[in-house]
Design a binder for this molecule. Structure first.
Ligand code: TPP
Ligand code: MG
Length: 309
């Protein structure tokens, strides 16, 4: 089924929002505006946007350290995300979580590699028990496949027919380690050995990812149990901010399949120009709002300690 021009433009707009937001984050760092570290989603935008186009309002999304794209594609507020990273009281978690630790509505992220999968499976099991009809989208990277807890989670997800879609974003590196150096066998086999069906795609075409996500989500939503969508992708920016040991020629080669460039080919120049202005304005406004907000109140951090006492 071919997307209408409005749908095609919306997919592009959502990817552009993530791209421009992440670029602004990288620019804000040297200005001393951001606390902690950050992992940008530049180059991987088609995954979040394509997959989460199939999300229904009450569905749950669980993400990892590279979570900004997933958050924005889930409908999260751009200004609250910028504020969170600047430690402001108006941030997603009132400025206490930073780049990696977000909780808003049914969106959760954590920087503990692999640790998000048992959470995802537990939440999916709860949805099944409550017959809520909600499903869980669990985004994870290739590097997390080195964590043992991932396999306990896959086992339980399959055994208990949990409504969870695993989205494995293989950007071919875990920090600076190429996937070939730390992963024996294949990625798909790891899921299939637990009886979890897979779809494996090497693409940055958002329309294609959306179509694959549609069948994957159909499977999960219809009570058939977990499913894994494995997407071979690439990040254009460093792992976090400056740690890049990849061959520049390799990065350049992958830039030829920039998801934004691919999607732009199906849109008119006038539409692209209009979206460019709209998104630039949105990002500028988001950063201005965040920058002028009050800092997080350190006193609010004592809340969990009081609870223990
Ligand atoms: C349990 C744990 N070990 C180590 C780290 C440090 N760490 C942060 S990101 C990362 C690599 C992640 O690689 P991958 O899962 O492929 O995600 P990508 O960064 O490529 O998106 C590591 C080792 C961590 N956050 N958590
Ligand atoms: Mg990776």
């Amino acid at each position: 089924m071919k997307a209408s021009s409005t749908e095609a433009a919306d997919l592009y707009r959502q990817m552009l929002r993530i791209r421009r937001f992440e670029e602004a984050i990288l620019e804000a760092f040297p200005r001393g505006l951001i606390f902690g570290t950050t992992h940008t989603y530049i180059g991987q935008e088609a995954n979040a946007v394509g997959v989460l186009s199939q999300r229904q309002n009450e569905d749950i999304v669980i993400s990892n350290h590279r979570c900004h794209g997933h958050f924005l594609a889930s409908g999260g507020s751009m200004s609250a995300l910028a504020a969170e990273m600047m430690g402001r009281s108006t941030g997603v978690c009132a400025g206490r979580g930073g780049s990696q630790h977000l909780h808003w509505d049914n969106f959760f992220s954590s920087g503990i590699l692999g640790g998000t999968l048992p959470l995802a499976v537990g939440m999916a099991f709860a949805q099944k028990a409550q017959q809520s009809g909600q499903i869980v989208f669990a985004f994870t990277g290739d590097g997390a496949l080195g964590e043992g807890v991932v396999y306990e989670s896959l086992n339980m997800a399959s055994l208990w027919t949990c409504p969870v879609l695993f989205v494995l974003e293989n950007n071919r590196y875990a920090q600076t380690t190429p996937v070939e150096v730390n992963l024996a066998g294949g990625i798909g086999e790891r899921f299939r050995s637990f009886g979890i069906p897979t779809d494996e795609q090497d693409t940055t075409d958002v329309a294609k990812i959306e179509a694959c996500a549609r069948s994957a989500v159909d499977h999960v939503r219809n009570g058939k149990g977990p499913y894994a969508l494995i997407i071979h992708t690439y990040r254009f920016a460093p792992h976090s901010r400056g740690d890049d040991m990849r061959d520049p020629a390799e990065i350049e080669r992958f830039r030829q399949r920039d998801p934004l460039k691919i999607q732009a080919t199906s849109l008119k120049k006038s539409v692209l120009a209009q979206l460019d202005v709209e998104v630039r304005t949105e990002v500028e406004d988001a950063f201005n709002q965040a920058e002028t907000a009050s800092m997080a109140d350190p006193a609010s951090l004592t809340y969990p300690i009081d609870l223990i006492r």
